[in-house]
Design a protein around this ligand. Structure first.
Ligand SMILES: Nc1ncnc2c1ncn2[C@@H]1O[C@H](COP(=O)(O)OP(=O)(O)OP(=O)(O)O)[C@@H](O)[C@H]1O
Ligand SMILES: [Mg+2]
Length: 235
C-alpha cells in the first residue's frame, strides 16, 4: 500500500532522513521504532506531505505521491495523528471530531462513524460538549485519534500515542486501536516509545537508526531479539 524508496529529507540544510526505505502492506499494522531524534516523526510527516523530501520516491496504492501536497494526500486517505495531539483546544470535542471530517460529503456515513466512536469511546460522548483544551491526557489522545478517524483514512499514522499516559490508559488505547483495526478498513503505522506495546500490536516492525532503517522483521521476531530488547525495552 505504501512504499518509500530512498527518501532523503530534512529541515533546511540539515538532512535527517538518509535513504529511508519502508514498505507497508494493506490492512497491516507496522511499528516504527527508534531512539529519540532518529527521524520517526520526520518520516511520517514526509509520508503525510507535511514535509517535502529532498529526493527519493513515495508511492501510495500504486500512485507516485512524492510531490503531492498534503491536502491531496489527505483526500487519498493518508492521515497523521501528530505528536502532542494538537487538538483545536478552544473547540468542543465534537467540533474537533467534525473538523476531522471536513473533506467528506457522505453525511450518513459521517454520522455512523461518529456513532461508532461514541460507542467505543463513551467518555468522548459524555464530554462531547466539553472544550478540548480541558480534556485529560487520555481523553485528549482518544479525541486526537478519533479526529483522525473521522477523515475515514485508509492509512492512519499515529505518533507517540502512549506518551505521558498511565499504563492502564495505554491498555485502554491498545484495545481501542485493535478495535479500530478490526472494524475499519484501515492500515496503521504506529510510532511509540513504548516499543514492547507497539510490537505486541503490530505485525511488523521497522527499526530506525540515524535517519534510515537498520532492521525490519516480523514483530514476533523483533520481540524475541536480544539486541532489540536490550536497546529499546530496557531488558
Ligand atoms: N522543524 C524542525 N526544524 C529543524 N529540525 C527539526 C525539526 N523537527 C525536527 N527536527 C530535528 O530532526 C531530528 C529528528 O527529529 P524527529 O522528530 O523526526 O525524531 P523522532 O525520531 O520522532 O524523535 P522522538 O522519538 O524524540 O519523537 C531531530 O534532531 C530534531 O531536532
Ligand atoms: Mg517523534
Amino acid at each position: 500500500m505504501l512504499k518509500a524508496e530512498n527518501v532523503n529529507a530534512g529541515y533546511g540544510d540539515v538532512q535527517i532522513l538518509w535513504d529511508m526505505n519502508m514498505e507497508v502492506e494493506e490492512h497491516s499494522i507496522t511499528a516504527l521504532i527508534g531512539s529519540n531524534g532518529v527521524g520517526k516523526t520526520t518520516f511520517i510527516r514526509t509520508v503525510a506531505g507535511a514535509l517535502q523530501p529532498f529526493n527519493g520516491k513515495i508511492s501510495f496504492m500504486g500512485e507516485d505521491i512524492t510531490h503531492l501536497p498534503q491536502t491531496r494526500r489527505t483526500r487519498m486517505g493518508i492521515m497523521m495523528v501528530p505528536e502532542g495531539r494538537q487538538l483545536y483546544s478552544g473547540l468542543t470535542v465534537e467540533d474537533n471530531l467534525m473538523m476531522g471530517a471536513y473533506i467528506r460529503k457522505d453525511r450518513e456515513k459521517i454520522r455512523r462513524d461518529l456513532d461508532w466512536i461514541y460507542t467505543v469511546m463513551p467518555r468522548l460522548k459524555e464530554r462531547r460538549k466539553q472544550i478540548a483544551g480541558t480534556l485529560s491526557g487520555g481523553e485528549a489522545q482518544m479525541c486526537a485519534i478519533s479526529r483522525g478517524l473521522m477523515a475515514s483514512p485508509k492509512l492512519l499514522m499515529l505518533d507517540e500515542l502512549s506518551l505521558g499516559l498511565a499504563p492502564v490508559l495505554v491498555d485502554d488505547l491498545t484495545k481501542i486501536l485493535k478495535k479500530i483495526h478490526t472494524d475499519w478498513d484501515i492500515t496503521i503505522i504506529l510510532v511509540d516509545q513504548d516499543v514492547q506495546t507497539a510490537l505486541e500490536i503490530a505485525d511488523r516492525g521497522y527499526v530506525m537508526v540515524e535517519g534510515h532503517v537498520e532492521m525490519s522483521d516480523s514483530s514476533e521476531k523483533l520481540l524475541k531479539n536480544e539486541e532489540i530488547r536490550r536497546a529499546y525495552m530496557g531488558m
